[in-house]
Design a protein. Structure first.
Length: 380
């Protein structure tokens, strides 16, 4: 190549848009992200009809080839949109993976919630254990998990009740234990197709967030539970009515600081009836939520399916689906600068299903990018 052509090629490369992220897995969907204390990244997703896992040990620059974490006989993920797998990693780097699967031969068309554990960085996994006590009761397949400092997996999910879906919780330990853990029902008649959210502080205390179900009210409110006890009283997070009468199939998200003093809650609602869906963020410090603020800076288009995580400085990082450009993108912002960042670019395929996670000062997000799963770091 001549020097002139070489200079032109270098100039065009410099002007080209930066890649939107690193490809984690091709032909995969509904990802979830967890980080370990040493900066390892763990992404779980549906692929080939199973639940698969990929790991990065270089801050998300590269990812390992996917391995099967939960073998679903190639039936996972279809036709259950938004009902993806979950992953959590403890201080010992044990990997907890959970997902809705139809593994009961007596009910081959009905999902239950299962979890599995790997103590060797994904090389082997324990035999899947059912989370919901009653077979078939969690057929709606909506759940959330988080891991505590002692290595227990905290799970929250929806089960069919007398008047709709009820919110259940359990703390899981050794998958080989013969005696089952105590399952608790925490709330009645929650939003029927919005998954709950759960987070655990450094002392092992879980907090939960959910959207109300239909209760002859003006709108479905966002409710916070400060503990996983049946006696815990829900606290309404949103100060302004959500104006959602029907289920939006758009779950809220929650994060808690290590000391348990700060909680960040994010959700979508349609309170501004002259605009479209918007994403809101509220903080609790001392047990009471301050008035929420809108995260997206352009309210004219659809924004939804938010994910939130607190970094070590107490800054909340939120990622969401955003329709302001015609082709849906992934956007992100942090509560310190409030600047909206387009995570995916103008030449990218549709972005969806973001999941943001933080460990120390490092923050990253995984998302669907067309038919693939991608990752992007949001902070150094």
């Amino acid at each position: 190549m001549s020097p002139a052509l070489l200079s032109l090629a270098m100039l065009l490369a410099a002007q080209a848009p930066a890649p939107s992220g690193v490809t984690v897995a091709e032909n995969a969907g509904l990802p979830w992200l967890a980080l370990d204390p040493d900066g390892g990244l763990y992404v779980v997703f549906y692929r080939n009809g199973n639940v698969e896992l990929s790991i990065s040990t270089d801050s998300g620059k590269t990812f390992s080839p996917p391995v099967t974490a939960l073998d679903a006989a190639k039936k996972a993920g279809v036709p259950f949109p938004r009902r993806g797998p979950r992953i959590a990693v403890d201080r010992q780097k044990r990997i907890f993976v959970s997902a809705p699967l139809a593994l009961d031969p007596k009910n081959p068309m009905t999902n239950d919630l299962y979890w599995t554990l790997s103590a060797d960085q994904g090389r082997t996994f324990s035999k899947p254990q059912r989370i919901n006590e009653t077979p078939g009761a969690a057929a709606e397949s909506l759940h959330a998990t988080a891991v505590g400092p002692s290595g227990d997996l905290h799970a929250a999910w929806l089960e069919t009740g007398k008047k709709g879906q009820d919110l259940y919780y359990v703390k899981l330990g050794d998958p080989s234990a013969k005696k089952g853990p105590r399952t608790l029902r925490l709330a009645l008649n929650v939003c029927e197709r919005c998954a709950p959210a759960i987070a655990v502080d450094a002392k092992g205390n879980p907090v939960l967030l959910y959207r109300e179900g239909w209760q002859e009210k003006k709108s479905r409110q966002i409710q916070f539970l400060p503990s996983a006890q049946p006696t815990a009283k829900p606290l309404q997070v949103n100060a302004v009515d959500t104006h959602l009468i029907n289920c939006p199939e758009d779950p809220p998200s929650v994060s808690v600081s290590a000391d348990g003093k700060t909680v960040a809650a994010a959700w979508m609602d349609i309170r501004d009836l002259d605009t479209d869906c918007n994403v809101y963020l509220a903080f609790s410090q001392g047990g009471k939520f301050a008035r929420e603020s809108r995260v997206n800076d352009d309210a004219r288009y659809y924004q939804g399916h938010p994910s939130v995580a607190l970094d070590a400085q107490g800054v909340a990082w939120t990622a969401w689906e955003d329709g302001r450009h015609g082709v849906q993108r992934i956007y992100a912002a942090n509560s310190k600068t409030e600047t909206n960042l387009s995570v995916t670019g103008p030449k990218d395929q549709k972005g969806a299903a973001p999941c943001v996670a933080a460990q120390g000062a490092f923050v990253g997000v995984v998302f669907e990018l067309g038919p693939h799963v991608a990752f992007r770091a949001l902070s150094p």
